[in-house]
Design a protein around this ligand. Structure first.
Ligand SMILES: NC(=O)c1ccc[n+]([C@@H]2O[C@H](COP(=O)([O-])OP(=O)(O)OC[C@H]3O[C@@H](n4cnc5c(N)ncnc54)[C@H](OP(=O)(O)O)[C@@H]3O)[C@@H](O)[C@H]2O)c1
Length: 299
């Protein structure tokens, strides 16, 4: 099969398309012939080395949608699923995965990868934040996949949503280094994905007993908050990520998230699709931050 293998860390050209043996399926896993493969932002940080990863070379990628060709349960054969793998292997014509979710018939494979991870992360974050009608909610990087779903879900809850983006389509431009000074006062919930030391400036804008959900590091650094600032204002800081979030809270709501796409509550935004052979161009596109929505590889 054709697959993308990572040779070291660096620019998009460390990803090479090669012939590789098809993976074999362990008990509990499904073997899937892929139709669409997602390229989330964090994979560009893994590839570049900004986020430390396991040893290369190996087949790269984590999110794919496709048709089951082998499974413990024969009734799964021929069904469309979306798969999630923490150890790579998704940028390939065939993937073996233990974490998979059935895709409703009305959703295309491209829509499935555009929704499966980010919409379920957003849903799990909303559950952890317990957003209530009338609260003011800050969604950082609302132009991104998770941010876009968060803004939609918080709005549907009746919250007043303040968004940041770098494309001029939101209330606040997060490319302005002083953007946090321009936020309104009295924010109840922050969905924090940008990170960095200046995240501490958010504290002055939070309502007493506000909640911060730290779940990303788009700037390349986790946020820094002085404990004194949290204590003084009674702020709750919730770290959201890692295997616990994925393995339990996020995976638990994946079918619900795909259901919200199927019934039209959430709409996946697609940017561009690229053939698997053009994986370097796909990564360059994500890094350029010129598009909006999901970049998808088609094997
Ligand atoms: N905790 C978890 O369970 C979990 C799971 C998955 C992902 N994540 C994290 O969640 C974050 C968002 O992921 P995603 O898949 O939604 O990403 P995405 O769809 O690729 O969107 C990223 C957006 O962030 C903005 N951005 C990029 N670099 C930035 C920077 N340096 N400063 C400010 N904004 C920047 C860009 O918007 P503009 O072009 O408009 O600036 C881009 O559209 C990532 O940090 C990812 O690692 C966390």
């Amino acid at each position: 099969m054709r697959a993308v293998v990572q040779y070291g860390t660096g620019g998009p050209d460390v990803l090479k398309v090669e012939d590789r043996p098809e993976p074999t399926r362990k008990s509990g896993e499904v073997l899937v012939r892929t139709e669409a493969i997602g390229v989330p932002f964090y994979e560009t940080q893994l590839r570049s080395g900004l986020i430390p990863a396991g040893s290369a070379p190996g087949v790269f990628g984590h999110e794919a949608a496709g048709i089951v060709v082998e499974a413990d349960d024969p009734s799964l054969h021929g069904k469309r699923v979306v798969t999630m793998s923490f150890t790579g292997g998704a940028y390939a014509e065939v993937v073996a995965a233990s974490q998979y979710t059935l895709v409703p018939d009305t959703i295309t494979p491209e829509q499935a990868v555009a929704a499966a991870v980010p919409a379920s992360v957003a849903l799990a974050l909303m559950n952890a934040a317990d957003v209530k009608a009338g609260e003011t909610v800050l969604v950082e990087a609302a132009s991104g996949a998770i941010g876009g779903y968060l803004a939609r879900l918080a709005g549907q809850k009746g919250a007043h949503v303040v968004e940041t983006s770098g494309n001029g389509k939101a209330d606040i431009d997060h490319n302005d280094p002083d953007w946090r000074q321009k936020l309104p006062d009295g924010i109840d919930v922050v969905f924090e994905s940008i990170g960095g030391p200046r995240a501490a400036e958010l504290l002055a804008k939070l309502a007493p007993h506000g909640r911060i959900l730290a779940y990303g590091l788009l700037s390349g650094e986790f946020p820094t908050f002085p404990v004194a600032g949290l204590v003084a204002r009674g702020i709750t800081l919730i770290g959201f990520g890692g295997p616990d979030a994925y393995g339990k809270r996020v995976a638990a709501v994946r079918a619900e998230a795909l259901g919200l796409v199927a019934d039209g509550t959430l709409t996946p935004v697609l940017d561009r699709t690229y053939p698997l052979a053009d994986v370097a161009a796909a990564h360059a596109r994500v890094e350029s931050r010129e598009g909006a929505g999901k970049v998808v590889l088609v094997p």
